[in-house]
Design a protein around this ligand. Structure first.
Ligand code: PBE
Length: 294
C-alpha cells in the first residue's frame, strides 16, 4: 500500500513538474519579441509597394497574429526615433538608400523566404508619347543615373535641415561631371514646361529635386507634384505628369507597372541596388523575420 502511495505521489510530482515546465515555456512566450511590440510592425503610407510586400511577408512567414500599422515615412521615423531613445524593441518597414542607416544603428531582419524580392533598381518612367513630344527632355531623363552614395549626400543634407531645392542645387554644383553626362547632347530650351510627379519619400525627394534642377538649368519650367504612390502612377499614366524618377522595379512597384504598362515608357534604371525589408535597431536580439513568430 505504502509503495503504491509512493508511486502515485511520484506520478503527481512528475505531472506537476511537467506542468511547471510548460508554464515556464509559456511565460517565455509572454516575453517574446512579438508580445513586446504588440505584434505590430510600424509601416508607412498604404500605397507604398513596401506595404504590399510586408503583407506578403506576413503570409509567407505565417505571422498570423501580426498587424502592420500604416502611416507615413515620417511617422515611421518618429516611432523608430522614440524607441531608440528609450532602447525599446521595435520593428519597422525600411529601405535603402535611406539616411536612417547613417543616423541610427540598424539591421535588416534576414528574409530567408525572399518575400521582399532580390535587390532591385529605381527606374525613370515617362508618360507614353512623351518621348516623341519632348525628345530633348527625354534624353536627359534617360541619361540620368547616379549611385546610392550620390543620393545619400542629398538626403543627408535635406535631413540636416537644408531645403530640398537648395540641397539639390548644391549637389548639382558639386558634381558637374556627372551632370554633364546626363545633359550630353541635349539642347537648352526656353518656354518649355515639364511636370514631374513624386512621393514624399526621402529617396524620391532627393532624386526628383536633383533632376528638376538639371532640367531648370537647361531652361525648362519644371513643376513638381507631390502625390501618393497610387496617384503618382495614375497621374503618369493619364499624362497629367510627364515623368517620374521614382519607379522601384521589378518588385516594389510591380502591380503599378502591370496596371499601367501600356500608358508609360520605362527609360530604365537611374539607380541600381536598392533593398527593402523589415528593420530593427541593432540592439534588438532577433535576426530573422522567422524570429517574429512566438
Ligand atoms: N519606398 C521608397 C517606396 C519606393 C521608394 C520603398 C518606400 C515603396 O515602397 O513603394
Amino acid at each position: 500500500m505504502k509503495k503504491i502511495n509512493r508511486i502515485i505521489m511520484s506520478m503527481f510530482l512528475l505531472a506537476a513538474l511537467t506542468l511547471a515546465g510548460c508554464q515556464s515555456q509559456s511565460s517565455g512566450n509572454a516575453d517574446s519579441f512579438g508580445n513586446q511590440v504588440d505584434h505590430r510592425i510600424i509601416g508607412i503610407d498604404p500605397g507604398a509597394g513596401l506595404m504590399k510586400l510586408t503583407d506578403t511577408a506576413i503570409k509567407d512567414y505565417k505571422l498570423n497574429n501580426w498587424t502592420v500599422q500604416s502611416g507615413s515615412e515620417s511617422t515611421m521615423i518618429a516611432a523608430l526615433d522614440k524607441a531608440i531613445k528609450k532602447k525599446e524593441p521595435i520593428v519597422v518597414t525600411g529601405w535603402t538608400p535611406h539616411w536612417m542607416f547613417q543616423k541610427y544603428d540598424l539591421k535588416y531582419l534576414k528574409d530567408p523566404k525572399g518575400s521582399y524580392g532580390a535587390a532591385e533598381n529605381i527606374h525613370t518612367v515617362v508618360h507614353k508619347g512623351f518621348e516623341k513630344k519632348d525628345p530633348n527632355a527625354t534624353k536627359v531623363l534617360d541619361q540620368f543615373s547616379w549611385t546610392a552614395d550620390d543620393m545619400g549626400k542629398v538626403m543627408l543634407s535635406i535631413q540636416g535641415g537644408t531645403d530640398a531645392k537648395k540641397a539639390a542645387a548644391q549637389w548639382v554644383k558639386d558634381n558637374k561631371d556627372k551632370v554633364s553626362a546626363w545633359t550630353k547632347g541635349a539642347d537648352k530650351v526656353s518656354g518649355k514646361t515639364i511636370k514631374l510627379g513624386y512621393v514624399a519619400w526621402a529617396s524620391e525627394i532627393a532624386s526628383t529635386n536633383v533632376v528638376a534642377t538639371v532640367l531648370e538649368d537647361l531652361g525648362y519650367n519644371v513643376t513638381l507634384e507631390q502625390l501618393g504612390a497610387g496617384q503618382m502612377w495614375a497621374g503618369l499614366a493619364k499624362g497629367s505628369d510627364d515623368a517620374i524618377v521614382a519607379a522601384w522595379l521589378p518588385s516594389t512597384h510591380a502591380d503599378y507597372m502591370k496596371q499601367f504598362k501600356n500608358k508609360v515608357t520605362d527609360l530604365g534604371p537611374n539607380l541600381k541596388g536598392t533593398k527593402l525589408g523589415l528593420v530593427v535597431p541593432s540592439y534588438v536580439k532577433i535576426d530573422s523575420i522567422d524570429d517574429l513568430k512566438d
